[in-house]
Design a protein around this ligand. Structure first.
Ligand code: 5GP
Length: 190
């Protein structure tokens, strides 16, 4: 998506350790017009798939998920991140490894809000190694929900997580696909 790629080139900052900072517009300060455009595009790609719920993870996926859900006319739902292994029987849960913080954590979603009658579109701001997306997919599988696919704002394709999940059968649509990125040469899109 050209609009998003242009914005990444203009305002994104490449950090060591393969981290792209986009917190001036995507996941800290929010450019809601841009988020609306990205949300509109993701919703359009999954139009007609019968999505009943847009699922993301707190906190950085929530803003985009809201715009996608607005355009699909269904609720947005975010998995909470829990540090305890004391998980109640009232939740679906899955383990994930945090790309940005380096720790393991548990994602939980109340059984009240996700079940076998749902068709889920998973949304997130970034896709790197695929741990977060895989955990969200696993939660859907545990809930017996169908999964229409995943809509991602920025996929760092060279890190491989997206292709592993595509090979495993998940439809993944990414709005900006980064082929390579480093602090000296900057960002190159696919
Ligand atoms: P993965 O689980 O695919 O390795 O990483 C995806 C998650 O890590 C996303 O939910 C996102 O919050 C975070 N993440 C991964 N790479 C980046 C990055 O380059 N920049 C930012 N801001 N977050 C990232």
């Amino acid at each position: 998506m050209q609009l998003l790629e242009e914005r990444i080139l203009r305002d994104g900052k490449v950090f060591p350790d393969d981290v792209l900072k986009v917190d001036s517009f995507l996941n800290h300060q929010l450019d809601t017009a841009l988020l609306d455009a990205v949300g509109t595009e993701i919703a359009a790609r999954f139009a007609g798939t019968g999505v009943t719920k847009v699922l993301t993870a707190e906190a950085s996926g929530i803003a985009l998920a809201c715009f996608v859900s607005l355009h699909l006319g269904c609720p947005a739902l975010f998995a909470k991140k829990s540090r305890t292994s004391n998980i109640s029987s009232g939740v679906w849960s899955a383990e994930a490894h945090s790309y940005t913080h380096g720790n393991d954590y548990t994602m939980i979603v109340s059984k009240e809000y996700l079940g076998e009658n749902d068709v889920v579109l998973i949304v997130d701001d970034f896709l790197a190694n695929g741990s977060a997306l895989n955990a969200l997919w696993e939660i859907c599988k545990k809930a017996g929900a169908s999964v229409a696919g995943a809509g991602i704002a920025v996929e760092k394709v060279y890190q491989g997580g997206g292709d592993v999940l595509r090979d495993a059968g998940l439809r993944v649509e990414s709005m900006a696909r980064i082929a390579s990125m480093d602090t000296e040469d900057g960002i190159r899109f696919c």
